[in-house]
Design a protein around this ligand. Structure first.
Ligand SMILES: [Zn+2]
Length: 81
């Protein structure tokens, strides 16, 4: 049994293994979904339940995670998951 690092979902605050989370990464001004969990930049994690949640945009959780105004397009990007 190996050590499995856990990350916190930015919406429900639950802890999950990385493989169960979607990572959103900010590199410079550019946001993207990081399916490999290897991209450089500041990351935020969402669990599979939360990534389609309406609360994402209502509570603007990405804004909080990245300490900036995250464009609505980025939230829309997540809905398609
Ligand atoms: Zn969650």
């Amino acid at each position: 049994m190996g050590y499995k690092p856990e990350r916190t979902c930015i919406l429900c605050r639950g802890k999950f293994e990385k493989s169960q989370l979607l990572r959103i990464v900010k590199n410079g001004e550019c946001f993207s979904k990081d399916t490999t969990h290897k991209k450089d930049g500041r990351g935020a994690y969402l669990c599979c339940k939360c990534k389609n949640s309406e609360d994402l945009i209502k509570k603007r959780v990405l804004d909080r995670a990245f300490r900036m105004r995250v464009p609505d397009e980025i939230y829309d990007l997540l809905k398609g998951e």
